[in-house]
Design a protein around this ligand. Structure first.
Ligand SMILES: [Zn+2]
Ligand SMILES: [Zn+2]
Length: 888
């Protein structure tokens, strides 16, 4: 139970509305040195059937971080949002809804069904956009797009017609992956593969005339039912076993069809018997062999994979029944040679998981050879860059292996293919505008029944959303904001979508690339390293994460986990520490705000070494964060910020400042200190804003501002690394680093021996050289203030005083004198006793772990646990030894 649950949404929603109402989500006017440049991102349009999942949560955080930073850097910024009509998945959902009401899509007809789809979209299609708003994403919601909006439809028709005219689209009979349940073709890359324990049936095919006493050939097949459509038997030309049979024929059992034996180099002599049955209409390889050998094609299945008329008792059977019946008939005839077990992988439909059937049908194709060269060139020459860079080769390989793209789908929901046919005179053509009557004879025409693959429309996304439809490259947005800057997406749609957008853009947009940088973000896996899935129950819901950690905590925590790796094991603890970090920022801000009595705005001015140190560190962090953004290393950005803000600003600079803010402090210095705190905190808020937009905006609203300050943080200027570079100060960094080490050493020693912070302790520090000595001596007051040091001796030749603890630092040694506070003899005896116990335990584990019998029998996790225990004990032993040595 979460007793003290913060209502994050209550804090976040008004901030989001304020950004939106101020118009900051629409293209910003720009300012500063980038005022004239545009920066645009198009969101990968989520499906209208979608709900926010972890992949979106990560990807949208990445995009929002990029777009917010660009906005703060003064670019004219816009993040275009919209949704995808998601052909097959929406149709499936609407089908299901109708079926629940006892209605079939076939009954109500196409028009009414499409109406139902639009209705469905009205009801559910906005869910995901609302969830994206909940994340704080600064998309332009005032101009939302949809892949079936009228102008988008026209863009799709335009591209179809252009490609048709350029002979880049053609109609052809091909083997496609057919889903007999969805009754549509499925693209190769949409199919899923599952392993199946199957069989290899060896069938005897009698020779029409016996040859040298040989009466039959044996062919092996995993799909015996397809033999009904066999039109040949093939052997490898170099296979000496069968050379003399080439040119002869076999009489195909059950259908009594005489079919030739022919040679083809593609036959694998190792598979089965080396003779293969050839079914051109039901296997893509057989199709190719049949084309070359001039074999007829016989389609034995209808669109639901039932055997067509003309095959006697087999007609009307589905493919599984037909398989059983064919095998039984061969057995009856004594033609079933034998059966072997055979595991293989089968393709299934990604929507309904039905086994796909290779099926010959008439489809529309895009001839990709005319398009892929340009799409490869712009990646090869670096015009488009991938992050991480290794995806470049994956992209190029995908293009190199690309085959013609089957774009027709036998669905109703989607972009209907703009082909028109006249049954009267045979006229046919593609048309951007709708056509009612035949231009040749005046008879009514009919439009193609099929719709286009959803990816056909998605490929226009970057430019069809920017006014290309109406004005092409002259559209104002196309002129000023195309190509876009960043595309961030998941790796699984790299080919399906990314490569196709490049092909389409090169063709449609005068050889202009659609985007400059492509981020392929890691795939979010469950904590167990497996894909998140409902059936495994290992999924995580981003909506729940936002409730528990706030949108800020989720966003920062997700980016923290990004490395260059392909997969990212989701670790909720990172979200928890991000939430704590957000709270830390809030608390630090509260401290600053509470100490601003008498505050007067003014320029920051690093006067003390502590000031110069934090300014110098700030300058370096800004440079590091900029570099990480430039390289799209989001994990790096969060790690830099987390450690700077928490470990340096909050833990030390605020501590250093306390004395200067006290009531009895010098008022002039207090004013400087106040201004410096406000300045550094302001820079921190800017740096954090792209990733933690809400908490930073909230704090910014409470901070004192100069007259010319930005009204909201979302449009405040990003820290200027160039200007800040002037603050880099090696000496100040060295001095404060030493202060922190000495204070840390004294504090940890007090903790180790249980000495109260109220007890002042003498301390000696051995430093590397006179320069360090001078730097540290100048900061003696800080050490005294934070560590309660009685006297501080700093010297190059300092030696360890009697009865003192020693802590090694970077380039220095700290001696803390404990005489009078610790009874060295008793302490030593106590530690020796403790050491004996630990040593005994360690020996026990060592013995166990060197016993081969134990190692062989024990479960690996037990061995692992014991090893960890031993490592722990060894470490403890070392620390005890050091402490005993310290006590001399
Ligand atoms: Zn299906
Ligand atoms: Zn006509």
């Amino acid at each position: 139970m979460r007793m003290t649950q913060t209502d994050y949404a209550a804090m976040e929603r008004p901030i989001f509305e304020a950004w939106k109402d101020a118009g900051y989500f629409q293209r910003t006017p720009g300012f500063g040195e980038h005022a004239g440049e545009s920066y645009t991102i198009v969101i990968p349009p989520p499906n209208i059937t979608g709900v926010l999942h972890m992949g979106h949560a990560l990807n949208d955080t990445i995009q929002d971080a990029c777009i917010r930073r660009a906005r703060m850097r003064g670019f004219q910024t816009r993040w275009i949002i919209g949704t995808d009509h998601a052909g097959i998945s929406t149709q499936t959902k609407v089908d299901k809804r109708l079926a629940e009401a006892g209605i079939s899509r076939l009954e109500i007809g196409r028009e009414a069904f499409v109406g139902e789809c639009y209705k469905w979209r009205e009801e559910y299609g906005t869910t995901i956009v609302n969830q994206i708003k909940g994340m704080g994403c600064s998309c332009d919601y005032s101009d939302e797009h949809f892949t079936l909006e009228p102008s988008y439809v026209r863009a799709v028709r335009k591209l179809f017609v252009d490609w048709y005219r350029d002979k880049l689209i053609y109609r052809g009979k091909r083997i496609v992956n057919w889903c007999p349940s969805c009754t549509t073709a499925i693209a190769d890359d949409e199919a899923e593969y599952v392993d199946e324990a199957g069989h290899l049936w060896y069938l005897r095919y009698p020779l029409t005339e016996p040859v040298d006493g040989l009466e039959y050939l044996v062919v092996a097949t995993t799909r015996p039912e397809t033999m009904l459509g066999d039109t040949g038997v093939a052997v490898n030309p170099k296979d000496e076993r069968f050379g003399h049979l080439v040119g002869r024929t076999v009489r195909l059992p059950l259908v009594d069809r005489e079919i030739p034996i022919f040679a083809d180099w593609h036959v694998d002599t190792e598979f089965g018997t080396g003779c293969v049955k050839v079914t051109p209409s039901h296997d893509p390889n057989d199709w190719a062999m049949g084309e070359k050998a001039g074999l007829p094609r016989i389609n034995i299945f209808d669109e639901t994979a039932h055997v067509v008329e003309g095959y006697g008792k087999f007609s009307g059977m589905d493919r599984d029944e037909a398989r059983e019946a064919v095998v039984a008939a061969f057995e009856e005839l004594g033609l079933l040679d034998h059966v072997e077990d055979h595991d293989h992988s089968v393709m299934t439909c990604y929507r309904c998981h039905t086994k796909l059937e290779p099926w010959e049908s008439e489809q529309w194709f895009v001839a990709v050879d005319g398009l892929k060269e340009a799409a490869a060139r712009v990646v090869e020459d670096g015009s488009i860059q991938f992050h991480p860079a290794r995806w470049k080769q994956v992209y190029l390989d995908w293009l190199a292996n690309l085959k013609d793209w089957c774009i027709s789908r036998q669905l109703w929901w989607g972009h209907r293919i703009p082909m028109y046919y006249c049954d009267e005179c045979g006229w046919e053509d593609a048309s951007v505008d709708e056509i009612e009557v035949c231009p040749a004879c005046g008879a009514p025409v009919r439009q193609d029944d099929d719709v286009l693959d959803t990816w056909f429309s998605s490929q226009l996304w970057p430019f069809a959303t920017m006014g290309w439809t109406e004005e092409g490259m002259d559209a104002p947005q196309m002129r000023t904001a195309y190509p876009t800057q960043v595309l961030s997406t998941a790796r699984d749609i790299m080919g399906l979508w990314v490569a196709r957008m490049v092909m389409a853009s090169m063709y449609c947009c005068d050889n202009t690339i659609p985007f400059e940088d492509v981020i392929i973000h890691p795939t979010v896996m469950a904590a167990d390293g497996k894909p998140m899935s409902k059936s495994r129950g290992n999924g995580v819901d981003p909506l729940r994460l936002m409730e528990d950690y706030g949108a800020d905590g989720m966003r920062f925590g997700l980016l923290m986990q990004v490395t260059g790796a392909q997969d990212m094991k989701f670790n909720e603890a990172k979200l928890e520490s991000s939430r704590n970090f957000a709270n830390k920022v809030k608390n630090a801000s509260r401290f600053v705000l509470m100490n601003l009595e008498g505050y007067e705005p003014g320029a920051p001015e690093p006067v003390t070494p502590a000031d110069r140190w934090i300014f110098s560190r700030l300058a370096r962090v800004v440079a590091a964060v900029d570099a990480a953004y430039d390289n799209f290393e989001f994990g790096e950005i969060t790690r830099e910020l987390y450690s700077f803000v928490w470990n340096e600003f909050c833990d030390w600079y605020i501590e250093f400042s306390k004395a200067r803010l006290a009531a009895d402090a010098d008022p002039a210095d207090r004013a400087v200190c106040q201004r410096n705190l406000v300045f550094v905190l302001g820079q921190i808020l800017r740096l954090l804003h792209p990733i933690m937009p809400f908490v930073t905006e909230q704090v910014y609203g409470e901070m004192p501002k100069d007259a010319d300050a930005a009204p909201m943080l979302i449009v405040a200027a990003w820290p200027d690394a160039g200007e800040l570079a002037a603050y880099v100060d090696e000496d100040a960094e060295r001095a404060i680093a030493m202060v922190c080490e000495v204070v840390g050493a004294v504090r940890s020693t007090r903790a180790r021996y249980g000495i109260s912070p109220k007890t002042a302790l003498p301390v000696a520090v051995k430093v590397a050289d006179e320069a360090d000595a001078a730097l540290l001596i100048a900061q003696e007051h800080l050490v005294r203030q934070l560590a309660n040091v009685e006297e501080l001796d700093v010297a190059v030749e300092a030696s360890k005083p009697a009865e003192s603890a020693v802590v090694l630092g970077t380039g220095l040694e700290v001696y803390i004198v404990l005489a009078g506070h610790v009874d060295f003899a008793a302490e030593r005896a106590r530690l020796m006793k403790e050491r004996d116990g630990v040593a005994k335990d360690a020996a026990k584990f060592e013995k166990k772990l060197s016993n081969p019998g134990f190692l062989a029998k024990a479960a690996p996790e037990i061995v692992e646990k014991d090893r960890a225990k031993l490592a722990d004990l060894t470490d403890k032993l070392a620390r005890l030894d050091a402490q005993i040595a310290e006590l001399g």
